[in-house]
Design a protein around this ligand. Structure first.
Ligand code: SAH
Length: 226
């Protein structure tokens, strides 16, 4: 097992948080159809327990969403894998990614190991700050955080090769398509009581939409909570 740096070695965990438990999660994801080795290898090494309260540690490697406080949840590993796999399969190399809904920072850490630059936006200050601390512990340095409303993307840093959102708006925010490179991909849930996961690919002439199935995310809210 190759860890990206010695911090990963230090946080690999014991018992219910051990490497063996993470390997079992990866086996389950393969059974559920995740096939991209880059994504699977990353999920194998990122210590998800570090992104959760200690009281939740023993459940860290269940394939479920779990509470992270402030009424929010860490995304289900299968959903993280599916969204990440979908953007990596794009026709252009994915080097620069915008993430909306930092939350615990788990998806951020996965992206950070797979691409050159990650820009992560969160509307709840306490979550954004905590995620930054967790990523610092893991010595992941190619991530910038912003306390902001993700409906507006991150104009100063645009365009992005890919955009990934873990919060569900009622409809597709057009500004996100504007901040995507041609050939780039956007993946996000859309809908309120019933949500569907959509992938969008921007071509020179149009935006091609693919429905990736039914999902359950938290709603995309407006404004920030400091
Ligand atoms: N991938 C994260 C998911 C966290 S849940 C994880 O695995 O931990 C989704 C997050 O989106 C929540 O933290 C919520 O506060 C945030 N969010 C909701 N609406 C948002 C908005 N308009 N802009 C930025 N973040 C938003």
């Amino acid at each position: 097992m190759q860890y990206p740096n010695s911090a990963f070695e230090a946080y690999q965990g014991l018992g219910m948080t051990s490497q063996r438990t993470r390997n079992r999660l990866v086996e389950r994801l393969i059974e559920k159809g995740v096939s991209d080795d880059r994504v699977l290898d990353t999920i194998r090494i990122v210590p998800r327990h570090l992104f959760l309260d200690e009281a939740m540690s023993s459940r860290s490697y269940e394939d479920t969403a779990l509470p992270i406080g402030y009424g929010q949840t860490i995304s289900q590993p299968w959903v993280v894998a599916k969204m990440t796999q979908w953007i990596l399969e794009s026709s252009i190399p994915i080097k620069k990614v915008l993430e909306i809904g930092t939350g615990s920072g788990y998806q951020t850490a996965i992206l950070s190991l797979l691409v050159d630059e990650v820009y992560s936006v969160e509307r709840i200050q306490a979550l954004s700050e905590r995620a930054e601390i967790t990523l610092n512990k893991l010595e992941l340095e190619n991530v910038q955080f912003s306390l902001s409303d993700g409906h507006w993307g991150w104009l100063d840093k645009a365009p992005f090769d890919a955009i990934i959102s873990a919060a569900s708006p009622a409809e597709l925010p057009q500004e996100l398509i504007n901040q995507l490179k041609v050939g780039g991909r956007l993946v996000m849930p859309i809908g309120e009581s019933k949500q569907l996961l959509y992938g969008f690919e921007k071509t020179p002439s149009e935006v091609i939409e693919t429905c990736l199935g039914e999902v359950m995310f938290v709603p995309m809210k407006s404004g920030v909570e400091a």
